[in-house]
Design a binder for this molecule. Structure first.
Ligand code: NAP
Length: 250
């Protein structure tokens, strides 16, 4: 009998996983990808796609039961902590096997590359000591932590142009979606006079172009530490995740 897999997504890894799961298991697996709906025009995904919040942990419990979800893989971004906690709780409550697809950490950056801080508030505290023209590219969520910095100019890269002004005193918006190149990022930083980068320490198979560009231009980076991963079974790669699905396929 066909099993139904819910992938909590919104990341490149989740999209690759959906593609490879469908290629590998064919009609034996019904794949549903779930997106929060933050992006107006998400990239096309194979299989079924649902968009929007579930309504907290209880809403996810209801969805799992109504849709008869057999397996759940949390392939959300490492900083998407609310949905991951809800997935943990909802799967425990419904007895649904859950796997977390965990990104590898980036290699350690050189000591003089900048500083690492615990959260966005600490990043905002540290910023004025490092520069006056900051580049932010982690979406609009959390941007208000910087709203009191009236002497800092911000260049904010978003996927979609914002519908209302950003909650920052001096902000220039640029739009774009990955992949980005080191040369492209360097040109962007130079054209805006960027002298400090703020980045989540999101991890991934490669250090992103913006970090390499900042290193090459000797622009300091304020890195925000990755929050802890939800406990439970986890996979470090898509291959491992496919193996986990296989082990639950009967
Ligand atoms: P979050 O703080 O963990 O979640 C906030 C709420 O958004 C959740 O409680 C849930 O609403 C809804 N939600 C989040 N991810 C969802 C998903 N995949 N499917 C359905 N609902 C979802 O999440 P976030 O940091 O805002 O991230 C939102 C999405 O963007 C995630 O899918 C994540 O993978 C992606 N993303 C995040 C970042 C980042 O830096 N945080 C970067 C790149 C991509 P309900 O409580 O109503 O269910």
């Amino acid at each position: 009998m066909s099993k139904r897999l819910l992938i909590l997504g919104g990341t490149g890894e989740a999209a690759h996983l959906a593609t490879q799961a469908i290629d590998t298991f064919g009609t034996a697996l019904d794949v549903i990808s779930s997106l929060a709906g933050r992006v107006n025009t998400p990239r096309p995904l194979p299989g079924r796609v649902r968009v929007g919040g579930f309504g907290g942990r209880d809403g996810l419990v209801r969805y799992i039961k109504a849709e008869k979800i057999d397996l759940l893989i949390d392939a959300t971004h490492p900083f998407a902590t609310a949905i991951s906690a809800n997935a943990h709780g909802a799967c425990d409550q419904t007895g649904t096997p859950r796997l977390v697809l965990v990104r590898p950490h980036w290699p350690t950056l050189p000591h003089d590359a900048g500083i690492e801080v615990d959260d966005l508030v600490a990043a905002a505290q540290a910023l004025p000591k490092l520069g006056t023209r900051a580049f932010l590219s982690f979406g609009q969520g959390g941007i208000e932590a910087f709203s009191h910095l009236s002497d800092t100019a911000f260049v904010v890269r978003l996927i979609d142009a914002p519908e209302k002004p950003l909650a920052l005193p001096h902000a220039t918006v640029t739009t774009g979606r990955p992949p980005f190149t080191v040369e492209g990022e360097k040109a962007l930083f130079k054209s805006h006079g960027i002298d400090v980068l703020v980045s989540k320490n999101s991890g991934g198979t490669a250090v992103p172009a913006k970090i390499t560009a900042a290193l090459e231009l000797e622009i300091p980076t304020v890195l925000i530490t990755r929050p802890p991963t939800e406990p439970g079974p986890h996979a470090d790669s898509i291959e491992q995740a496919l193996g986990w699905i296989s082990g639950h396929a009967e």
